[in-house]
Write a protein that binds this ligand. Sequence first.
Ligand SMILES: [Zn+2]
Ligand SMILES: [Zn+2]
Length: 227
Amino acid sequence: MSKPFRVWEDVYAIGGPEISHPADCCVYLVDAGDLVLIDCGVGESTDQLIGNIVGLGFAPEKLRAVIVTHAHIDHIGALSRLQQDFGTEVVAHELESRAIESGKGVGAEFYGVSYHPCRVDLRLEKTEESLILGRHEFKTIHIPGHTPGSIAVFVDIAGKRVLFGQDVHGPYYQQWGADPYQARESLQKLVDLGADILCEGHFGIYQPASEVERYILVYLHQLEGLR
Ligand SMILES: [Zn+2]
Ligand SMILES: [Zn+2]
């Protein structure tokens, strides 16, 4: 296992398959004065995620929100615990909220873990929304494809655009409820953002901007054969 690390000014990787638990998605922390997480892992490593936050010198009591990119168990497992322990608000797209609140369709059975449903405090409904949390503005973009209510998040910090784009790689299997046609448009939206740093959901960090574009285009090109 490797240690949590700073990605860029105010942005940290605090969890992921190499950092917290093999089944965790990559978990990112943004220090906005208040603390904001992008996703929170499969739920088996919550103590360690909290320990990693403390280890970086932050108080977990300041965890104001988790912005959920989509309702798969490896991205949402710690939500209920964080909500209970710290009053952390759960922010998710409306189309993912039912799964988060009911536990149906989150895929916990595939991971052999149990999911504890929790309340979604803020439901995103628009194609793009802006959330001011502490000193940073988080912009969310609806990117349906991998799931109907998938979102990406970006923040402009100290001259760089940091994009949290989880599960850019898919998978985009229709039998699992994905829509590869929508995914194609969504990935193009991500390319058009021109991000300098991509914080991806399972494979870590890509930079500079040319590498971000190259990475997303690999998956976009795989979808271009669709008719
Ligand atoms: Zn997923
Ligand atoms: Zn994932």
